[in-house]
Design a protein around this ligand. Structure first.
Ligand SMILES: Nc1ncnc2c1ncn2[C@@H]1O[C@H](COP(=O)(O)OP(=O)(O)O)[C@@H](O)[C@H]1O
Length: 162
C-alpha cells in the first residue's frame, strides 16, 4: 500500500535544495506549517500520479490533512472512502521518538514550536471528521500497540467492503 508522508516529502525536497525545498525550508526549520497552497498541490500531484480512484488503489496519507483548508482540498481529489486515524500519543513518548529519529528539524527548539502548533491545529479537524463519522481515535503508548489496533480496523473494514 503506497504511503504519502507529507513531512518526509517536504524534508526530502528541503535536503535536495529543490525549488520547492527552498520555499519550504524556512517553515520546516522554524517548526511552522508549510503554506496550504504548496502542500495541497504537492499532495494532489502525488495522489493523481498513483491514479488513486481510477484503479481503486488504497493509499495511506501520513501527516495530511492538518487543518480544514487541507481537508477541503483533499475532498476535491478524493474519489472514494476515507478513514481518518487520530493517534493520540503522550508527549513524553513522542519526544523520545523524535530525539531518536534525529532529523534536521528535530532539535529541542523546533520540536517545541511544532508541539504548540500541533496542539491547536487539529481540533477543528477532529470535530469535522467526527461529524462525518470517519474518525477513529487510537490511544496508543507504543507504536506496536497503535499498529496492531490500526491493522485490526483495516481488516474489519476490508472484510465488509469485500
Ligand atoms: N500537512 C502539512 N501541512 C503543512 N506543513 C506540513 C504538513 N506536514 C508536514 N509539514 C511540514 O513538515 C514538517 C515535518 O513534518 P512531519 O514529518 O510530519 O513532523 P512530525 O513527524 O514531527 O509530525 C512540519 O514541521 C511542517 O513544517
Amino acid at each position: 500500500m503506497p504511503i504519502i508522508s507529507t513531512g518526509e516529502i517536504l524534508c526530502t525536497e528541503m535536503n535536495k535544495e529543490t525549488k520547492i525545498g527552498k520555499q519550504v525550508s524556512y517553515f520546516i526549520l522554524s517548526g511552522r506549517l508549510v503554506p496550504n497552497e504548496t502542500v495541497n498541490l504537492l499532495i494532489e500531484n502525488k495522489i493523481n500520479k498513483l491514479q488513486y480512484g481510477k484503479n481503486g488503489k488504497t493509499v495511506i496519507l501520513d501527516g495530511y490533512p492538518r487543518n480544514q483548508n487541507q481537508a477541503f482540498a483533499l475532498n476535491e481529489v478524493l474519489k472514494s472512502e476515507l478513514i481518518v486515524f487520530y493517534l493520540d500519543v503522550p508527549k513524553d513518548i513522542l519526544l523520545d521518538h523524535l530525539f531518536h529519529r534525529g532529523r534536521k528539524d528535530d532539535t529541542e527548539k523546533i520540536i517545541e514550536q511544532r508541539f504548540e502548533i500541533y496542539l491547536k491545529e487539529p481540533q477543528p479537524l477532529i470535530d469535522y471528521y467526527t461529524k462525518k463519522e470517519v474518525l477513529v481515535k487510537i490511544n496508543g503508548k507504543t507504536s506496536m500497540k497503535n499498529f496492531m489496533e490500526i491493522e485490526k480496523i483495516f481488516e474489519y473494514r476490508f472484510s465488509i467492503l469485500g
